[in-house]
Design a protein around this ligand. Structure first.
Ligand SMILES: [Zn+2]
Length: 129
């Protein structure tokens, strides 16, 4: 089950924060909304081969995998930008445009065309637990 990927946006100054924060690092406000961040450009790809599987837990349910490919994805939302760390499948490389989806509180970057998606409102499952 996946959902459109959203990032917190400060209501006071518009700063995008990923991962989410309690207070805005730009202006100190604590009032957040969510904005759609569904596509971006891969700037780095790395493969993580954990020694201790329990250390994978904050990143989601990949206990059965020997290696996980992670990418830094540069996402532009209006005049702002944010870097998102996402799991990527084989074949996604630096410079590729990817579509971001949220899956069990983990960002997944999929190769291919940008899809139209409705803006996600507060309370949708994309950013929550
Ligand atoms: Zn702010």
């Amino acid at each position: 089950m996946s959902a459109p990927f959203v990032v917190p946006a400060c209501r006071a100054c518009g700063h995008l924060a990923y991962p989410p924060r309690i207070l805005c690092p730009e202006c100190g406000a604590g009032d957040w909304t969510r904005t759609l961040a569904d596509s971006g450009i891969v700037t780095e790809v790395t493969v993580r081969r954990p020694v201790f599987k329990r250390r994978q837990l904050p990143w989601g349910n990949w206990l059965d995998q020997e290696a996980v490919r992670l990418a830094a994805v540069h996402v532009e939302v209006g005049e702002r930008s944010v870097r998102v760390i996402a799991r990527v499948p084989e074949g996604v490389e630096t410079g590729d445009r990817v579509t971001l989806v949220a899956q069990a509180s983990t960002a997944i970057a999929l190769p291919g065309q940008v899809v139209e998606a409705a803006p996600a409102g507060p309370g949708d499952p994309a950013g929550g637990e």
